[in-house]
Design a protein around this ligand. Sequence first.
Ligand SMILES: [Zn+2]
Length: 394
Amino acid sequence: MNKFLNLGMRFISAKQIFSGKEFLSANTILVVNGNGLIEDITTKENVESSNIEHFEDIIAPGFINTHCHLELSHLKNIIKQHTGIVDFGLGVMKHRDEFSIELQQEAMQLADKEMQTQGIVAVGDISNTNVSIITKQESNLYYHTFVELIALNPERANLVFDTGKQLLSEYSTAQLSASLAPHAPYSASLELIKKITDDCQQLNKATSIHNQESKAENEFFNSKSGDYLRLYETIKVPIDYFKATEKSSLQTIISSFNEKVNTLLVHNTFTSKEDIEIAKTTHQQLYWCLCPNANLYIENTLPDIHLLDSNKCALTIGTDSLASNSGLSIINEINTILKHQPNTSLELLLNAATHKGAKFLGIENQFGLLEKNKKCGINLIEGQSGNYSVKKLA
Ligand SMILES: [Zn+2]
């Protein structure tokens, strides 16, 4: 033990310690060195009691934010709430280029710092451009970038894919982890989804897609009707080639995904039991991301978390961007869920926020689990259910 003390070793105990997968026994002690590395996980009997730092709250690994758009950080408070997804999307298109690059960079750096303060250690970040590269290179956070591609017209699949590969190479050159991702079912052809996810398989990386964020998305696929027709009219993009499939969006697209690729379905606000069953049968490596604050901001609704959990969907949590959220905080997403669906278990949500997110991104060797020889970040979660706050201990 003297060797440990000389190195600024801490012996941390808490009312509850969540490993990333489960709550550990009450007499667990985390032995953490000055660099935040877990040197050992032991029990109280093995540590001199005067050396133990005890917390009357919950300890958990650093959080994984599986869905963010760092490059939209400058749009905080710009787009009105509760407009629905089509007007939200039009708002992003209208305003995203109205700001100087300096202002955008500053907003991204602040957003990155906010995530660090909020106990986030790794981020799955959607990017359409290279503007976030500098912030990501300079950050202490681990970033995996999803280079997001948009083309509903199947004839554009090759061109858009090639452009995406060029942008992807800029991230690789900058030594940042990255892969391609289709934007959403209503904005990516089946051909493009297949090309993207075959590429992800070759790179052995995950992919991501926004899924069933609105009722309009299912209407578009079921009967080629609803608000998405207005979107394509407004942006003057003809979609004569698009035919209704008489199925929901998820049921239409799921078989186009390479089934060996970890695939994140983001939002799932209008996903039915039948959608879940068909998707899970078709694809075994699906993860389902909850972004409740963005759902309330845009559509003023929430996904049915009990439905997803009772059908054994692997859940993760994301903040989405500051264009549709007042902050980038995983604990605030958890608070929102606990306030609106109070029967949801904290264990389920902490697992989604830590180990499941790390597993999805393929970084579970480093993050998402309190284990010997890991530097996964250590969070102290204080307060009451629905009103938790987080402090970084390491
Ligand atoms: Zn998003």
